[in-house]
Ligand binder design. Structure first.
Ligand code: SF4
Length: 546
């Protein structure tokens, strides 16, 4: 997802990164020199090899590749339809660059693995779903230079969003539907591209298949651990002097990678990306780079993203930025995402800026626990892991925020996030706002009211799934104070002195404009029924999670 690809480094035997120490991009002739020619494998040979080394997907879910192959073979047999091979190179995780790196610099390794699988499945098409336009161009030119690939490969550029890499979302994108996870479980092996049985795996996974086919299971297992043979590609960023994609043998202590990248972590290191876990720094230095090793320390390998966080930035503020991004990137299709994620983001923002205290911590914890296991895809579970592990690891920082309101460090924006160019946000003209809170009834995910009734905005762009509600709130703001603006908001001035609010017993609120409000706006009689009626026009107000 990030536009630039960092440098490539390797510890131990280079496989995914072979040849990249001396070539910027490995063309077809150089690929044959470095890797040799591709063997042809039958489906059963490929399944057998993958099972011998327990080859797992490298996109984050670590699903056994052999089982995927078997599921596609079974579906192809039952449905009597041709299989498709789909390369998932959407790489929506902002901290990940390994798939882009492979497609840009060693495209034949990925395409070679896809070709082995396509031949084994007698598939007539290899589809590459990719979000980075440069990587898409690299694949196209690589495929055109090799006749077999030129005949089979179709490259499709997919939207650059966090959830696009989810298997169902990618299949939707390729089938002309919105690039969002489907609300129900649909297996790509049954109904993937064009409704055909589809072998869907991550770009690095196909590169691993190519290496496995060329080395054989024994050669493949000559590095790594007995349970997890081979190498992993890590993308290391955050507080490092040398951000890099690093190839390491499974089982290597993560500390060696952190040292190689000149990392300077303070309290914690995020492993597994934004659906991953924070590890205390001392644990991160000793934990082995493997699924089992990270799991034993309470972490996850995910797609191999490693983000140490240094001393100069506020960890809670950094996590709050990411939580806000994850809330805005949700597809907003199910309750946990629609109601829970904005609540988590708001609570973390309040903890970070010192306005929330223990209540905000409680809300963050409880809401994160409430969304767990309740989404249509793994997005809420990922947010749960990120937030709860941050609260566990950054205890010193949390204590400082709870006791003093701040840790005294600025939020430097060390954790990578995509630019928000062109996205819209809600903003308010305080000279007009009368503070009766209709906007908070209409878009409670983005707006809440403070103790005086003035709107408090969640600092994030309006996600697509709330665009209609946000527009409606703007149109219905009785004081014409609410706006949709493009880009970052101007620093918010204080709201005007509170309008006098005469509360009648029962349902009626009498709102009288303050002296500082613009005189051209007439005073408004606002009652709760009226607000509720307006709120119900476009939507049901979601109940808060308990
Ligand atoms: S609806 Fe308009 S005037 Fe009322 S609180 Fe919201 S922004 Fe202010």
């Amino acid at each position: 997802m990030s536009s630039g690809v960092p440098q490539v480094m390797c510890i131990g035997q280079a496989r995914m990164t072979a040849g990249l120490d001396r070539m910027d991009r490995i063309d077809l002739a150089s690929h044959y020199q470095v890797f040799g020619s591709l063997p042809r494998l039958t489906a059963s040979q490929l399944v057998d090899m993958a099972e011998q080394v327990d080859l797992r997907g490298r996109g984050g879910a670590a699903f056994p590749f052999g089982r995927k192959m078997k599921a596609v073979l079974e579906s192809r047999r039952k449905r009597k339809r041709k299989a498709v091979v789909l390369v998932n190179a959407a790489e929506g995780e902002p901290g990940s660059a390994k798939d882009q790196m492979l497609l840009l610099r060693s495209p034949y390794l990925v395409l070679g693995g896809a070709l082995i699988a396509a031949r084994a499945l007698q598939a007539e098409e290899i589809v590459v779903g990719v979000s980075n336009p440069d990587a898409a161009g690299s694949v196209v030119s690589a495929a055109l230079a090799e006749p077999d690939l030129g005949r089979l490969v179709r490259v499709v550029q997919v939207p650059d969003r966090f959830v696009t890499g989810e298997a169902g979302a990618l299949a939707n994108a390729l089938n002309g539907k919105p690039p969002l996870p489907p609300g129900r479980k649909i297996l790509a092996s049954d109904f993937g591209v064009g409704g055909q049985p589809t072998l869907l795996s991550n770009a690095e996974t196909y590169a691993q298949i190519a290496v496995l086919a060329m080395l054989g299971p024994e050669g493949f297992a000559s590095t790594g651990t007995a349970d997890e043979p081979g190498t992993y590609l890590l993308t290391v960023g955050g507080s490092v002097e040398r951000p890099a994609v690093v190839e390491v043998p499974a089982g290597l202590p993560l500390g060696e990678v952190l040292d190689l990248c000149l990392a300077a972590p303070w309290e914690g290191v995020l492993v597994g990306g934004y659906h991953g876990m924070w590890l205390p720094t001392e644990t991160a230095y000793t934990v082995p780079v493997s699924r089992a090793g990270l799991a034993s320390a309470g972490g996850v390998l995910g797609a191999g993203v490693v983000l140490p966080l240094g001393e100069g930035t506020c960890p809670l503020g950094e996590v709050a930025r990411v939580a806000r991004y994850l809330a805005s990137e949700s597809s907003g299709q199910c309750g946990p995402c629609k109601q829970g994620l904005p609540g988590i983001a708001r609570a973390l923002a309040e903890l970070a800026d010192g306005s929330g205290g223990v209540d905000a911590l409680d809300t963050a914890r409880h809401t994160a626990a409430a969304v767990r296991g309740r989404g249509a895809c793994a997005h809420p579970d990922g947010v749960f892991r990120l937030v709860l592990s941050a609260v566990d690891v950054f205890t010193d920082d949390l204590t400082a925020h709870l006791s003093r309101g701040t840790c005294g460090r600025p939020v430097q924006g060390i954790l990578p996030l995509p630019a928000e160019e062109g996205q819209t946000r809600l903003s308010v003209d305080w000279t007009r706002c009368r503070g009766h809170g209709l906007c908070a009834h209409l878009v409670p995910e983005l707006v809440q009211v403070d103790r005086e009734g003035y709107p408090v905005f969640l600092d994030m762009p309006v996600p697509g799934w709330l665009a209609h509600e946000a527009q409606q709130a703007v149109q219905m703001c009785p004081s014409l104070a609410l706006r949709l603006i493009t880009g970052a908001p101007a620093p918010a001035p204080r709201p005007p002195a509170k309008a006098k609010l005469a509360v009648k017993k029962g349902s009626n609120l009498k709102l009288v404009a303050s002296k500082r409000s613009e005189s051209d706006l007439s005073d408004l009689d606002v009652n709760e029924e009226w607000i509720a009626d307006l709120s119900d026009i476009g939507r049901q107000i979601p109940r808060p999670l308990t």
